[in-house]
Write a protein that binds this ligand. Structure first.
Ligand code: GCW
Length: 690
């Protein structure tokens, strides 16, 4: 094909000699049913994967092969007797949607592996699970695996503008969705769906939540002309239906972001008031039209009354009233509304707002509404405390929104592995029902809850803009499937599948990923919980990439006498939105974790930390050490020259070179800024800069 792009973690390199024989015995013959679109995908994947792993083309059968040493069987017990003979059918029937079972069995003298599930989607996941094991070099002669996804909904949100084909906060080139040519399909859609399904993603929102394109001026100014809201027209839906036909084979449902004023934008209505019967009817009719075209459509995602997008506030209605009219329209078709909680307006402390807006509405949303809440109260900063809403809405289905694209963490250039950040969010103990109430239980608690990740993929041959950022997409999917996986396991899986089994490569790449986030937090924030130290100007490329702390006095609170924002009970009160004992821990600078200290407190520059170091000195030290770590990452990577392919070696090496330069700029800008306000020199003589 003319398209050339990376295989990411689906490389299927030849298995080691030691394993190869046993893999060949059990997988060179494949018996799989053909019934559904998903099984077509399974067969395609097995053909491709086995050809790579076994270095032999597998034989595909539609009945159990005879006179072979062994085979792989993939199917449901209902459809395949051989499978019903080999596993407990009750156990398979009891698996939730997407769950699967894999067993090594002997069947009529043959050594087999059975992949089974009660749904075809489960067979897709089971197949990818087996292939992941093989790509990681694990034995397959003694398998007894049962898995079910912890979270029911595992969705990627694309912030792609269909008509300009640009991606908001995307650093990997244009959108991979070519709306102009759709409904014509491209092979790349298939490969994208494969990547998603291989890590268990089951939904994709195809267009940006900003369905009107913000202008360059005020938040309420919009670029006129075509934008995402138009996908809800007949023409748009035909294109969505084409994409759906690809995604369906991989168990991925499509969703659309819709504009709240759609009845006005599309059909010239003079209102979009959710309590207006004509508006209600419009949405009901629109939903019918959508489901006629796309029977497995997932639903609508809405950014309402946020950064200039339309919403129920235009009619003095609440967010619940706003969401429910859409929910009623989707309900007969099994669709869902994902309603975002990202709201902030005129308020002294934006952190308090999502909670103040949504907590009082708990219980008012219909059953098929999911409230989608960003991981922290601000906006995907390198480090933030965990959103207070996760412990506050037990009458509402919640989804956690994570950002896979690195808007604030070095974009397409810096290596910044986010899995440890996400683990921290998922494991955070909200204490909502006493000790032992981790946030992850909220997202896995019901069918309508889940995890959403802001997409990172674009047309770039690397998919993610930086080869190492592929690890973030991989890790997002793995954690959305199973938030209990530990970071090391996820990292190790990704590195082996992506770079092969050389232990030195595995050690080095894993180590680089492991150390990257703390380094970024240090040089971009000073490591004490400061946020928004970045440039927010017009130039798109530098936007949220370069340092520019002077722009944001309200976010970091730097003055002559100190730094940080007082969010304690005596300040903005944000801390009071947490349950005890979290609230009390954060409320007191003596007990507040150091890495969040200045998020919750405004403290004198010379406030002493636990080890006797002052705040300003710690900020200096962290900024300097962050850069040292990045230099070290660069060197560690350089040691891989010749051990991995040149193309990926050079790509990452160049980016790490640039990351060193940028990290130094961040450090220099931040320490100069801290010095300018505090007028306290660094104990080690590095600041003021000479
Ligand atoms: O993080 C901010 C981004 C905007 C984004 C917005 C949101 C899609 O800078 O680009 O808009 O959040 O999440 O809605």
């Amino acid at each position: 094909s003319l398209e050339s792009y990376d295989d990411c973690w689906l490389r299927y390199e030849p298995a080691d000699g030691e394993r190869r024989e046993s893999y060949r015995t059990r997988c060179e013959n494949v018996y799989a049913s053909v019934g559904s679109p998903e099984l077509g995908a399974v067969r395609d994947e097995l053909r491709r994967a086995m050809t790579g792993l076994l270095e032999r083309e597998p034989h595909l059968w539609q009945h159990p092969p005879r006179s072979v040493e062994g085979f792989l069987a993939v199917g449901t017990p209902d459809e395949m007797e051989m499978i019903a003979d080999s596993v407990s059918t009750d156990r398979v029937a009891a698996l939730g949607d997407g769950g699967f079972r894999i067993r090594s069995v002997e069947w009529e003298g043959a050594e087999c592996v059975v992949v089974t599930a009660s749904t075809d989607r489960g067979l897709v996941y089971g197949t990818f699970h087996l292939l992941r094991r093989m790509a990681n070099g694990h034995p397959i002669d003694d398998l007894d695996v049962t898995e079910e996804p912890a979270n029911h909904e595992r969705v990627i949100d694309h912030w792609d503008d269909p008509f300009r084909r640009s991606v908001e906060r995307g650093y990997a080139g244009p959108s991979i969705f070519d709306w102009e040519r759709l409904p014509d399909l491209r092979e790349r859609y298939v490969d994208y769906a494969r990547l998603l399904a291989s890590v268990g993603i089951n939904g994709v929102v195809l267009n940006n939540v900003n369905t009107k394109i913000p202008g360059r001026g005020s938040a309420n100014e919009f670029v006129s002309g075509k934008a995402g809201w138009q996908l809800l027209t007949q023409d748009g839906l035909e294109k969505v239906a084409a994409l759906a036909s690809v995604f369906r084979r991989y168990g991925v449902r499509p969703y659309l972001s819709v504009n709240y004023a759609a009845p006005m934008l599309i059909d010239d209505y003079d209102t979009a008031d959710p309590l207006d019967p004509d508006v209600e009817e419009w949405w009901a009719r629109k939903a019918e039209e959508v489901y006629d075209a796309i029977p497995d459509f997932g639903g609508f995602l809405v950014k309402a009354d946020s950064e200039g997008q339309n919403g129920p506030y235009d009619y003095d209605r609440t967010h619940a009233e706003g969401a429910n009219v859409l929910a009623r329209a989707l309900e007969p078709h099994g669709g869902r509304v994902w309603w975002r909680a990202f709201v902030y307006a005129d308020h002294d402390d934006r952190a308090v707002q999502a909670y103040e807006t949504f907590e009082p509405l708990d219980g008012e949303f219909l059953d098929n509404v999911t409230l989608q809440v960003k991981n922290g109260p601000i906006d995907f900063q390198p480090r933030e405390p965990v959103s207070t809403l996760f412990g506050a809405m037990d009458g509402t289905d919640l989804a956690c929104e994570l950002q896979i694209t690195q808007e604030y963490t070095g974009q397409g250039v810096h290596t910044c592995y986010l899995v440890p950040q996400w683990k921290e969010v998922l494991d955070f103990d909200t204490h909502a029902s006493g000790e032992g109430s981790p946030a992850k239980d909220v997202f896995s608690g019901s069918e309508g809850a889940g995890i959403a990740g802001v997409g990172v993929v674009g047309e770039d041959p690397t998919w993610t803009g930086n080869y190492l950022s592929q690890a973030n997409l991989y890790g997002f999917g793995r954690l959305a499937w199973d938030p209990d996986l530990d970071t090391e396991t996820v990292t190790d899986e990704w590195v082996r599948q992506t770079f092969g089994g050389d232990p030195a490569v595995i050690d080095t790449v894993s180590g680089i990923l492991h150390d990257s986030l703390p380094a970024t937090v240090d040089y971009e924030t000073g490591g004490l919980g400061l946020i928004h130290m970045m440039y927010n100007g017009e130039a798109r490329l530098e936007n949220h990439y370069d340092p520019s702390p002077a722009e944001w006095p309200g976010y970091h609170g730097a003055t002559e006498d100190g730094i940080g924002i007082d969010r304690t009970s005596g300040g903005s009160g944000y801390v009071g939105q947490y349950h005890e004992p979290v609230a009390e821990t954060y409320d007191d600078p003596e007990t507040c974790p150091e890495e969040l200290l200045l998020f919750f407190h405004h403290l004198p520059w010379e406030y002493e930390l636990a080890d006797g170091t002052t705040v300003v000195q710690r900020l200096y030290d962290n900024c300097f050490s962050g850069v040292e770590v990045v230099r070290d990452l660069r060197e560690r990577w350089q040691a891989l020259a010749g051990r991995i392919d040149d193309r990926r070696y050079r790509h990452v090496a160049e980016r790490l070179e640039e990351q060193v330069v940028q990290a130094e700029r961040w450090r220099d800008t931040l320490v100069a800024f801290f010095y300018e306000h505090s007028e306290i020199p660094d104990e080690h003589g590095r600041v003021p800069l000479t």
